[in-house]
Design a protein around this ligand. Sequence first.
Ligand SMILES: [Zn+2]
Ligand SMILES: [Zn+2]
Length: 264
Amino acid sequence: MNNLLTCCTQLSLETTQLNYRDYLRSPLFPVVLTVSSYFVLCLPFLVCDIMGERWTWVQQFKIQPSRRPTASTLLHCAGVTLYNHVFLVLPASVAQWAWRPPVDLPDQAPALLELIGGVICNLLLFDFQYFIWHLLHHRIRWLYVTFHAIHHNYSSPFALATQCLGGWELVTVGFWTTLNPVILRCHLLTTWTFMVLHVYVSIEDHCGYDFPWSTSRLIPFGIYGGPSKHDVHHQKPNTNFAPHFSHWDKIFGTHAEFSFSTVK
Ligand SMILES: [Zn+2]
Ligand SMILES: [Zn+2]
């Protein structure tokens, strides 16, 4: 714990000395961090999709082995993602840059337990918000057709489908991801860690592979959904509404386990 503190304090001092302080304080920094994390973290899964049968060891973990993304589906999702980034993310970033003052950069890093606790609380809060949002968008037909249907174009998800979203959904997700660390009064390093981890687990939910190192396999007692559970949501859209954990679906009776019989 102390090592992390010392390391991060050292990092903070070094970045200050190298004059990166203004970049890190900028309201644009979290946007650049999450957008670049998205494309970098999608890349390994995208390579697995493109290599397909040539990588037999990887393909044994494919959740729906008979359904692989084609070049046109990959291009469609890349196009929607690019459109959203140019017409929504970029203007929102410029507005933030113009109107939001730079944040204070703390001199001290958070303790390791504070960082881990903050990240878990952020994931739990987002999980609750998105569960309600998602349930409403499936239950109310107008909301589904107008905003959420585009995300269900593909019943066999793949990494690039993560942000194949309508603008309203992307704005809502971005709003909560930005607001929640402020509500929870998180340290800046905790906020950035949450944002990158959140991008990763969202991509993992859609990657279409259930690797031995999937979060749902690493976190015990079935408390975490992971790629296999979200894959079931894309196959049976009235189940598994929570993006990360399993408890809300279990409480509301919408939880569904993955089984190979669900694969059509
Ligand atoms: Zn999805
Ligand atoms: Zn849905």
